[in-house]
Design a protein around this ligand. Sequence first.
Ligand code: KG4
Ligand code: ZN
Length: 358
Amino acid sequence: MARILAIETSCDETAAAVVEDRCHVLASVIASQDDVHARFGGVVPELASRRHLECIAPVIAEALERASVSLDRIDAIAVTQGPGLVGSLLVGVCAAKAIAWQRGLPLIAVNHLEGHVRSPFLLHPGIAFPAVALVVSGGHTALYACPEEGVYRLIAKTRDDAAGEAFDKVAKLLGLGYPGGPAIDKLAEGANERAIEFPRAAMKDGSLDFSFSGLKTAVRVRAQKDGLVAKGPAAGEPMRDVVASFQRAVVEVLVDTTARACELEGVRTVLLAGGVARNRRLRRAFEEAAPARGWTVYAPADAHTTDNAAMIGEAAFLHFERGSFASLDLNADAALKLGGGMSRPAPPRPSSSKEDRR
Ligand code: KG4
Ligand code: ZN
């Protein structure tokens, strides 16, 4: 039995979790910064890193306390190395290195995107490969082919806004608050999603890449025409129809592109991940598409869609089991890529391992 303390600070959530044997989450603590960034309608990087600094120690302490374990009973420290905001990432990386050094524990660097891709495994540990993973969050929208465990190949990415970013920007424009995804999800429920036919971008070069900026502009033009800008939910049915039609456009693009990716890869297992995977319309669309397409769709529990450290802990077990540890000169990498096999090459095991200290 092994236990990993995982730390995640890539954007605006300070998170720590204790995960046992891959998928048993003994504790998962998330300090959200929504209150800090709400009035700006988006994450302010400098404010995010400052808040991480305030929260990191208490969040780690709370995770250990809720899990009823001390650091003596932890076998490795895992941390998100990237991608993300560099100032935010650095807080987590420094905290993880400090604990690993002080306790003589192995350090595991996890790619944030690998964490998202692995998040459904916390609920469904036995998912079989190959699979196609759709990661839809505030910072990323991408499709990965996952031929086997720990191997990822980027099939498609967004060329401009991420899907969650489009939700957030549209919500800001319409005066619906931050984060925009949950607000639009709620407001769109029961509205006429066929009221407006918003454009869907298709790449001229035949690639599966996404683009949401044209859709966002179309919503802006329509909202200006209908006098809806910044009116918020008080604008009533016309507002609900706009957000529901926008949401349908995003969802249809995501389902259709995932379908093309699955056909190309000859794959029928679909993994959904990231904050937008919490969207109820998106979940419904994948559930409805599954029987005809022969898909089995796996989504994470709601708590593991948006940024959290439990998914980092789960992904860290792959590296732990393979003895793939980071050295104490690990640095944050804001532009870390996922898509070339294991997310990090295996550096040598640190000299001061737990066993060495005994
Ligand atoms: O995964 P996440 O915490 O962030 C990144 O790693 O980037 O996802 C946050 C994003 C935000 O853009 C938020 O608006 C969106 O996920 N989101 C949703 C919903 N809940 C969160 N989007 C659509 N519908 C939702 N219910
Ligand atoms: Zn994320």
